[in-house]
Design a protein around this ligand. Structure first.
Ligand code: FAD
Length: 418
């Protein structure tokens, strides 16, 4: 088992030539059965396993991952964390997640590079100003930090932006100073290591290919490494949720779409915070290595492919240059895609399913990275107690039947628009 990291350990290992570091987590053989199986070794699955062990004392737990830890969206996103939401169902959950981020590195004993550098949402029209004032007030009523900035205040933060663009002049912004970024794959590694230290088995290259049921209730899963028994199975498969749920005969209100991310060559410090362009869908930050990390909308058609298409590349870059003309000569070094689990109202689901013993964590759309700690916390609570955690009571699966939708964006029942 991996021992605690500390400055004394680091110095000690350095003096010994760094030859005695143990692997960050074990590579165990699957046991015949577990108390709980979590399908999907992304951020949410690993966080769920960690909180199952830490908060509920459940140590006979396995995370089943078809590839390797961090191969899914948790290692592909643009790393933005924030809790600047509008609707009552969402604000308490995302704020809870923000609070967990604030203590996460100490809790996990792992440097996930959580950086509260601020998230600035720009607005460009009077109607957008009204919408942002409303959102900012809703945040503040819930005790979430939010500051309304005028044009001159925004100029102090990002003087290189095109404030007088004829079509998209910048009028101001909504700033959440506690928002920021975290290093995405380090979040996966941190949760994996911490869960492993508590006894959780992390089984990589272990794809779930069947969900066995007896008299309607789950009794285990068939995997590429054989059958593993468990009467409680939690799905945290992000973009593959609909495929995995179909193994239990479920058809979910979720569509899969590809979303791309981009990284530029390294630049000297340019952007002090995360910035979003309100006239389109574009968000950008600067990594600690200096690369600009940015993205835009999904590719807008259903897909399970983890790569995107050129028209979206062009659109995202156009938006970036419209906002920051100084970026027009910057070279893009890398881009990739991830599969998004887009729900019908743009909000997630953390709930039981109609199949006894099968639980669902899905529908994260563009925003699941920031939710990672709270999602794991709430899903673990549900799996351990059969009751929803207080911050996640709105994320019910039956809301699509009852009409209690949480449509943060007001886009209606069209998953690609959320
Ligand atoms: C390009 C991009 C940018 C994004 N930017 C942001 C952002 O800035 N901020 C933000 O909050 N969110 C962002 N997101 C969304 C966020 O990354 C996701 O919502 C979140 O990571 C999903 O949860 P996860 O980490 O558990 O998913 P994943 O890491 O995808 O985990 C799911 C895992 O399930 C595994 N799996 C699937 N099927 C099976 C099976 N049959 N058996 C076993 N394992 C299986 C997959 O291999 C995968 O590892 C972005 C996503 C993308 C793609």
């Amino acid at each position: 088992m991996a021992r605690r990291y500390s400055i004394f350990r680091l110095v000690g290992e350095a003096l010994r030539g760094h030859r005695r570091w143990e692997p960050a987590w074990r590579d165990p053989e699957p046991k015949p059965s577990y108390d709980v199986i979590v399908v999907g070794g992304g951020g949410h699955g690993l966080a769920t396993a960690y909180y199952l062990a830490k908060n509920h004392g459940l140590r006979n737990v396995a995370v089943l991952e078809k590839g390797w830890i961090g191969s899914g969206n948790v290692g592909r996103n643009t790393t933005i964390i924030r809790s600047n939401y509008l609707l009552p169902g969402n604000i308490p959950f995302y704020e809870w997640s923000m609070q967990l981020w604030e203590g996460l590195e100490q809790d996990l004993n792992y440097n996930s590079m959580v950086s509260q550098r601020g998230v600035l949402n720009l607005f460009h029209s009077d109607s957008q100003r009204d919408a942002f004032v409303r959102r900012g007030n809703a945040m503040r009523l819930h005790g979430v930090d939010g500051e309304f900035l005028g044009r001159d205040d925004v100029r102090k933060l990002i003087p290189m932006a095109d404030f007088d663009n004829a079509r998209f002049p910048i009028r101001g912004g909504l700033l959440q100073r506690r928002g920021g970024t975290a290093r995405h794959d380090a979040v996966a590694w941190g949760f994996a290591r911490a869960a492993d230290r508590l006894g959780v088995d992390i089984l990589q290259n272990c794809e779930v290919v069947g969900i066995r049921r007896e008299r309607g209730a789950v009794v285990g899963v068939d995997t590429t490494r054989g059958f593993i028994a468990s009467r409680r199975v939690g799905l945290a498969c992000a973009g593959n949720t609909s495929r995995v749920a179909a193994l239990a005969g479920l058809r979910l209100p979720i569509e899969s779409h590809v979303l791309q991310a981009f990284v530029s060559e390294g630049l000297k410090p340019l952007l002090p915070c995360v910035v979003t362009f309100g006239a389109g869908h574009f968000y950008i930050s600067q990594s600690d290595k200096g690369g600009l990390v940015f993205g835009g909308s999904i590719d807008m058609y259903n897909s399970y492919a983890q790569r995107g298409n050129l028209p979206t590349v062009e659109e995202v870059c156009e938006e970036g240059v419209a906002l920051f003309p100084c970026l027009s000569r910057v070279r893009v070094l890398r881009s990739w895609g991830g599969i998004m689990d887009m729900s019908m109202d743009g909000s997630p689901i953390i709930d039981r399913t109609p199949v006894d013993g099968l639980y669902l964590n899905a529908g994260w759309c563009y925003g699941g990275f920031k939710a990672t700690p709270a999602s794991g916390w709430c899903f673990a609570h549900l799996l351990a107690t059969d009751q929803p955690y207080v911050a996640a009571t709105a994320y019910r699966l039956d809301r699509f039947a009852t009409g209690r939708l949480i449509d943060e964006r007001g886009a209606g029942a069209q998953p690609n628009l959320h």
